[in-house]
Design a protein around this ligand. Structure first.
Ligand SMILES: Nc1ncnc2c1ncn2[C@@H]1O[C@H](COP(=O)(O)OP(=O)(O)OP(=O)(O)O)[C@@H](O)[C@H]1O
Length: 718
């Protein structure tokens, strides 16, 4: 029997934003532990009281609720002493005939729940776990679904994250007494994290494997010489400026002898350019290895089909450049031109818990390159690392400043969180020897396997600059930059998008009040061209040219409403267009996985008439267009406008980013950064200043213990 609520509805009436999954999870967990609570014997004092029941139930609720937001754990400090899930409805009070002011309602609409303080919560959880291990139906510690872990953070005087050292206490610590929870000292603090066992295990596995792979192995002089011999072909020009080394060259020279390399950078900073050169360098070094002298078996993958396709295209483009530079064809031919999705790489099938490739059936490759790492969730990362032989090199590419994966975890940001400026003396020597680049030495550097690329090679300047201002949460400068490109009401009314498209200007700011006019102009300028294309290829090209991106699904500027508005505008020009129904030129996004059709949630296709004038759905694949009959098509929705979350791994020539009229919890610098960096050439923003400021002043946090574990491991490593 639930100790607090009669049922889900009653729970939702008291707590805001609770979903059925949260309630039923908490209920199940409570049942698991309640057996013992009910049968508490008198010698196990103090007994749990009503208030304890309520705290425990809401703790379970909070754990699942945070998990649903993508956190891999729940640090108690984020709920201790805080009322969660409260919703006060604003009431308006008539002051006089011309003014109204919002005031808080006297009684909260949803009161939420007030959690006890940190010490009480920790104590309660540890008692609960202890009861379960000791009385009536005891379970072994490893059978406990919940893990309570204390992370002892030793912060340096600067309290800088990058220089904090963390020790992890034993799992399931029952006795908190020797930990100072409140940590009065400014150099020590303990943080209690609550995990579901599954995610705790994933974090530990990932940290352990990353630690093993990040060791440096000696490189022979022969191998170094082989890379030196081709270095000027790999990098005909140096990008070094004054005191800045050429970080692309540094990344390649530094990666030799490492089982793990992580190359991070914003869009267009040359990650693929660099990694193709790295693959060439590694092939040259392998061919020169006196023990093997054969080429490496390389595999490439990305989290989505679109990202895999882009990786493949970029690698092929970069190989062409190297061919033109005269690089040995034996080396070039050993760099693959195929990339698959991670699901395909690991052989993940629906309704099968174990992927085809797993610890008992390891992947066969010497080197695995994965792009768009920020999109990978914790569970997938753990599965991937489990399936990799110890000897396989792993190269990870991504932009650590993008939104984390939709699922649990914050993989890339955690993997690079402990990076410090400079390289270890040993790495500096290798870099200098191969590339001639001099890099700042930092004897404390524990993450030599990480390289950051910062110079943008793609954007003319404005999109790259505003992206930097957004991700460093600088609303003032970014808004000033936008304001300099504001379309005057007159221009906005006429919305000379064609002139904007042809001009060298990259940015435009449009008043949100012009939304309807903008939609009509966008239909005229971009979307009509899809239906009017003379071939399927032309229609796909028109589709890739422009996309409207928004943070939300619902609301006036949510994708659902905008897509209806766009189809309404198009229906004036396209005969037989019915809203939300199929017509030639309708762009659609798959919203469920269909393994039989090889289509996955997020795949984008076009409805188009075949040679018999029959409407079919088409999807771009690595080997041409895949045709799917409408009868077999899984659930789809129209996709002229899409959420920013769904665009990760995709790019468009031109992007219009439309922000909502009200602030909402989704808005953050990371979300806006991800949205605007999808634009390759032009970026139009429809936003009001207060919303822009509010979004950039919001901090996006993903709770996780992975970065802490990695510090702990790397300390042990040295
Ligand atoms: N050092 C360089 N010299 C000349 N051109 C470069 C250099 N670095 C990158 N480029 C060019 O800049 C463009 C962007 O590079 P690349 O595609 O490698 O970036 P990226 O970081 O992988 O981008 P994305 O995040 O979009 O995948 C490419 O056309 C590439 O050829």
């Amino acid at each position: 029997m639930n100790p607090v609520y009669l049922n889900l509805i009653q729970c939702q009436q008291a707590l805001d934003s609770i979903e059925a999954i949260d309630y039923f999870f908490a209920d199940k967990m409570f049942q698991f532990y309640q057996v013992d609570i009910d049968s508490q014997s008198n010698d196990l004092q103090p007994r749990f009281d009503e208030n304890d029941y309520a705290q425990i139930f809401h703790l379970f609720l909070a754990l699942q609720w945070h998990q649903r937001q993508g956190h891999s754990c729940l640090p108690l400090k984020h709920i201790a002493g805080i009322t969660l899930w409260e919703n006060e409805v604003e009431q308006t009070v008539q002051l006089n005939s011309s003014a109204t002011l919002p005031v808080a309602a006297p009684a909260a609409n949803k009161p939420g729940f007030l959690f006890a303080d940190h010490q009480q919560l920790t104590h309660l959880l540890n008692r609960l776990i202890e009861y379960k291990t000791k009385i009536s139906t005891p379970v072994e510690p490893f059978q406990q679904p919940i893990i309570v872990e204390n992370l002892l953070l030793k912060l340096s005087a600067s309290s800088d994250n990058s220089s904090c050292h963390v020790t992890t206490s034993n799992q399931n610590t029952h006795d908190q007494s020797d930990h100072d929870i409140t940590a009065p000292s400014n150099t020590n603090t303990t943080s209690t994290h609550v995990y579901l066992r599954r995610y705790w295990q994933f974090e530990n596995e990932v940290a352990q494997k990353i630690k093993e792979k990040s060791q440096h192995h000696p490189v022979s002089q022969q191998q170094i010489q082989a890379v030196k011999d081709i270095f000027t072909q790999l990098f005909p020009q140096t990008q070094a400026h004054l005191n800045e080394p050429d970080w692309q060259q540094v990344a390649v020279a530094n990666a030799l002898g490492r089982k793990l390399s992580i190359i991070c950078g914003g869009p267009g900073t040359g990650k693929t350019y660099t990694v193709t050169r790295l693959l060439a360098a590694l092939q040259a070094s392998s061919l020169a290895d006196s023990h093997k002298s054969n080429s490496l078996n390389i595999k490439m993958a990305a989290p989505t089909g679109k990202a895999a396709q882009r990786l493949k295209e970029s690698i092929c483009g970069a190989k062409e450049q190297l061919k033109a530079a005269g690089l040995d064809l034996q080396i070039l031919d050993a760099i693959p031109e195929e990339a698959s999705t991670l699901h395909r790489l690991l052989g993940i099938k629906p309704n099968q818990t174990m992927p085809k490739y797993n610890p008992l059936n390891l992947l066969e490759c010497d080197l695995l390159l994965i792009d768009e790492i920020s999109m990978i969730d914790l569970a997938m990362m753990a599965r991937l690392l489990r399936a990799l032989p110890d000897s396989t090199r792993l190269i990870l590419l991504g932009d650590a400043q993008q939104l984390p994966s939709v699922e649990t975890g914050n993989i890339l940001a955690d993997l690079v969180a402990n990076y410090q400026v400079g390289v270890s003396p040993k790495a500096a020597e290798q870099i200098k020897q191969i590339s001639g680049q001099a890099v700042v030495i930092n004897p404390a550097q524990k993450a030599d396997h990480i390289s950051f690329l910062t110079k943008t090679h793609r954007f003319g300047g404005q999109i790259g600059e505003i992206a930097k201002e957004v991700i460093t949460a600088n609303p003032v400068n970014s808004w000033q930059r936008l304001s300099r490109h504001k379309m005057t009401p007159n221009e906005a009314e006429q919305l000379k998008l064609d002139q904007f498209s042809d001009s060298p200007i990259e940015l435009a700011l449009i008043e949100p009040s012009q939304l309807e006019t903008f939609i009509n102009a966008a239909c005229q300028q971009y979307y009509l061209a899809i239906s009017r294309a003379s071939s399927l290829k032309q229609a796909f090209d028109a589709l890739a040219k422009f996309r409207i991106l928004v943070p939300n699904r619902v609301g006036q500027t949510g994708v659902e409403q905008l897509n209806i508005q766009i189809e309404q505008a198009l229906s004036k020009k396209i005969a037989n267009l019915k809203i939300n129904q199929h017509y030639a030129g309708r762009p659609v996004m798959v919203t469920e996985n269909s393994y039989t059709n090889g289509l996955f949630n997020g795949d984008i296709g076009l409805i188009w008439a075949d040679e018999n004038n029959k409407l079919q759905a088409y999807f771009e694949t690595e080997s041409g267009y895949k045709k799917v009959s409408l009868a077999r098509l899984p659930l789809v929705e129209t996709v002229y406008a899409m959420t920013i979350h769904k665009t990760q791994g995709s790019e468009f020539s031109q992007v219009a980013l439309i922000l909502p009229e009200q602030t909402n919890p989704l808005l953050s610098p990371e979300l806006i950064y991800t949205g605007l960096t999808r634009a390759k050439q032009k970026l139009i923003i429809l936003a009001a200043k207060p919303i822009w400021y509010a979004a950039l002043n919001t901090q996006l946090n993903r709770y996780s213990g992975l970065a802490h574990r990695l510090i702990n491991f790397s300390q042990g490593n040295r």
